[in-house]
Structures are given as C-alpha cells and as structure tokens.
Write a protein that binds this ligand. Sequence first.
Ligand SMILES: Cc1cc2nc3c(=O)[nH]c(=O)nc-3n(C[C@H](O)[C@H](O)[C@H](O)COP(=O)(O)OP(=O)(O)OC[C@H]3O[C@@H](n4cnc5c(N)ncnc54)[C@H](O)[C@@H]3O)c2cc1C
Length: 443
Amino acid sequence: MFSARDMLRYAAVPGLDRAYVIGCLERRVTIYAQQVRALNTVNALFTTGRVQPGDTVVVLGAGFAGLTAAVGAAFLGAEVIVLEKEPIPFSVQAGCSQRWIHPHIYDWPYANSDQASAELPVLDWQAGPCESVVRDLRAEVERAQRDYRLEINCSIEDLQLPGEGNLRYQAHDDVGGLRSPYRRIRYSALIVAVGFGVEPDGSYWREDDLEQPFPGPRNGFVVSGIGDGGLIESVRLRLGGHGEQQNLFPWLMEEFLPSLNRYLIGELRAAESAAEPSPSTYAGDERHRRDEGFSHELAEVYERLLGEHPEVLRAAGSRLRPDSQVRLVGTLPEPYHPHASALNRFLVAVLRHVDGPHFEYIQGRTAASAGGRVIRRTGTADAGTVDPIEDDTRLIVRHGPTSALEAGLAGLAEKLRGVSPMQLDAPRIPQWDSSLFEGYGSG
Ligand SMILES: Cc1cc2nc3c(=O)[nH]c(=O)nc-3n(C[C@H](O)[C@H](O)[C@H](O)COP(=O)(O)OP(=O)(O)OC[C@H]3O[C@@H](n4cnc5c(N)ncnc54)[C@H](O)[C@@H]3O)c2cc1C
C-alpha cells in the first residue's frame, strides 16, 4: 500500500525544503493522471500535517495539475498562491477545439477506459473537445477564487528559490511591458506543477488543418516520431473519413471502439500485459533493446489478431481518406513504442494492414542535410539509405516536449538531476478518502 508519506517522499525535491513535484519527470502523463497526482499530493500534505488550514501553499504552474492542486488545497483551508509564467491559466491547451480529450482512454484496453467522466472531487470533467473542457474548468477555478483564498498571478518572471520556505519573483505587465518590484512569499509547501513543457517544433495543442480536405492530388506527409503525437497525427491524416464524417473522435468512441471491445478486448488485454516491459531503470542501449523487443512482440500479436478479425479492417477501411499519404518515421523496428497508448498503437497497426500504398512505416530518423530534409533509414536491411523529403511534402515533427523544468527553472532541474523518474504507477491511483473533499462545490 502506497502511503501519504511515500507520496511525499517520491515527490520531494532533494535539497529544497517543503517543495514537491507533480509528475514532471513521469511517464504516464495524461491530464487525468496529473490531476490525480495533484490531489494525492494535497491529500498527503494535509493528512500528514505538513500543511494546516491557514498555511500558505504556493503552486507553480497554472495547468490542469497546478490548478487542481490549488483548488483542492484552497478548499481544505490553505491560503493558495498560484504563479504562472504565461499570461493566462491553462495556456498550453486553451483554445484548442480540434483535439478531443478523454480522462481514461489511455487505459484502454483495460476496464473502465470508456468511462467518459473523470470522477474527480475537484475540477471534474467529461470527455469532449479540449477547448470546452478548459472553458468549464476555468469557470470552476473562478468560482473557487470567489469562495476560497486562492490567488492566481500570471506572467511571472525571475522566480528565485533560495530555500527554507522562501521565494521571490517579479510580475511582467504584458500591456505596459513593465516589471513589478520583487514580491517575497513565505510558504509551508511549494507544489511544482510546471508540466512537461511544449514541443519545440510546434505544440500539439495548436490548431492545424490536418482534418480538413486537401485539394488537388494526394498530399504527401512525413510524420516523425512514434510517441502518441506522431501516431495520432498519422491516424488523423489517414482515417479522417471524408467530408461530413470528418471528426475522428466521435467515430472512434461511438463506433470503432465498441466493435473492438466486442470482438478483441480479451485478447488485446492479454497481449498488452504480456508485452509491457516491467518498470526498470535500464538506460541507453539496454532500454532501446527492451523497446525493440516490445515493438516486435506487439507487431506479431497485432498481425495475428487482425488476420483473425477482418471486420475490424473493413470498419477502418471505410474511413480511409482519398487526399493524403503518410510516411511515419520512428527509431524502433515497428511503430509500437511502450510509452505510446495502446489505442494509438493499435490504430496504426490497423492502418498498416488496410492502407497499403498510402501509409508506410520507416525505421529511421528525419534530419536536415545540405540538400534539404531527409529520412535516414536505420533498419537492419536498409541502414544508411537516405530518402529525400520532397519540397511539396509536409514534415510533421512530434518528438516530444522540451522539459519545462529545464527551460525555466534551471536550479530545480539541477536538484532533480539524479532523481530517476518515478516508475511506480501508484501516484496516479486516487489515495484520498472520499470524505476529504466532501462539501466541495455545494455552494
Ligand atoms: C504530443 C502530446 C499529446 C498529448 N495528448 C494528450 C491527450 O490526448 N490526453 C491527455 O490527457 N494528455 C495528453 N498529453 C499530455 C498532457 O499535455 C499533459 O498530461 C498535461 O498537459 C499535464 O498537465 P500539467 O498541468 O501537469 O502540465 P501543463 O499542461 O504543461 O501545465 C503546466 C503549466 O505550468 C506553466 N509553467 C511552465 N514553466 C513554468 C515556470 N517556470 N514557472 C511558472 N509556470 C510555469 C506552463 O505555462 C503551464 O501553464 C499530451 C502531451 C503531448 C506532448
């Protein structure tokens, strides 16, 4: 059993008294998982007595995790001060109408992964377009600001963390361009919720035109990266349907997944848990070999299952787009990385079966060269071969975010350097007693 003390021990920043990190080094990085970590941290701080009603709690970062922690702690009686470096809260996902988010779908094919409600006591939400989830949660945060002692400061700069429960920062006036004088705060707990950062090649959460029809001859795309970002873009580009059936997510949730759940769920659960690499501290080459083994193993399973279930291929085949073709590029022999979600991996396996000439997977890396952009192949059979990426081909790079800790908080990143990312899943399982947040939202 993972206790409140374990939670704090895992989350503590070495060498910085009273500071706790919410999953910025973690691997299960869904919005829901981050909110659960946030509430587990708040639960642990209050149940161990490290924070008492009336104490000051500072939360760094006004994303899903930071605001969930902030509202939870404010409800429990703390005086909460949120510090956000961007001009608005939820800046990462705000205004993103084309991405749908779902609290549990990353757990598919396991039980309850189709449950549309997050079922959180604070900042609860339902599956839907990201923009509308953010709008509802922002309204809830504003209500919490009226009801509790919760202060949110945006556009903060030059945060300094000398330790012993002290910090200071300046605020930047986005309109006038002026900086405020330094403000000093003494805190009982500092919750670091700065997330994982944004991708240097363009954030996943910005709007794009990938789900709109492309005029003219088939448009060519190279998608680089086999994490969830790369897999999702490939699926949007090839399984988007045509015209009025364009929106992928409702089709996935209402038609495709229920059919998979009818025919295949048991076998997929068994296959996923058999192939799942055990949490480990393998590094470098050893980890790469482990990931290669995982990708081969799943490729064999998917091949067999899809051979036995042509109805799955027929359902997906009816959604193939007439206007795009995709080369997906990744470093593993097969496009199935253990860190990507099982659903995205399986959808790409379906594409490989059903979408012959218009979807290809290449083991390699995309790079810039003197003659332009290229794919350098690294597969055993064709290692060293270089494919040019033609000028009229769009390159979409999904190589993951630059660490927010490294980008803005060098001192903290340094302190966390030796800490291995938590490999336990325990912090993402709710630990609080249901009575803790009783009465929240009742007016
Ligand atoms: C390609 C991709 C696809 C994804 N798809 C999904 C998905 O479909 N579903 C899902 O649930 N999750 C998805 N995720 C993960 C999701 O983005 C994260 O789980 C979620 O954003 C985590 O919330 P957070 O509050 O921890 O971090 P964030 O949302 O990153 O919020 C952190 C906040 O901290 C602020 N901040 C950063 N540095 C500082 C600083 N130095 N000082 C003060 N403030 C700071 C930021 O501006 C931001 O407001 C995806 C991630 C990527 C990269």
